[in-house]
Design a protein around this ligand. Sequence first.
Ligand SMILES: [Zn+2]
Length: 175
Amino acid sequence: MIIKERVDMLPLGCYRIQFDTENLWGSTYSRLPQKNQLNTKDVFVGTKTEVIGAIKTSGIKLTKLEDEKGRQYNLDPEYPFFIQEIKEAPEFKNEERFKGNLYFLGPDGRKISMKTNPVSFYINYDKEYLPFLIDVEGDGVVYCPKCKQIFWEWNEYRERHKKIHIEPVKIFYSL
Ligand SMILES: [Zn+2]
């Protein structure tokens, strides 16, 4: 892909660059190379201040989760979870903690607020993930790959798939 825009005009975020020879007679489609694939490099465009500013203005959308074994779970883009009204909320000096409200989009397109708001988290801004996401009581988020739901409080219905629930160690987002 040829990008002719100035770097400072590009949308903030993570870009994956791959160096490869061009086969003019080839017929393969361009697709996103795997992370750490040969001759790839992830680069980040934007300063921390710019990213935090954008996050506070527009919020973030959660995209996928990773468990402690490195397995990844994509969240359904049709029914996105997103965090808005994000602001700094340090609990001790110099802590880079943020608070915000977590929402999901219902089938009718309505924005639904989680009962567990506000949530709190750190932002690993150059790798675009949250290392944890805790609710107002300080519990970590749980994900059910079967129901494709993220939640905190337990109830009978959610206990059904308890064996396959994961406690994500990385919560990826996009701006
Ligand atoms: Zn379930």
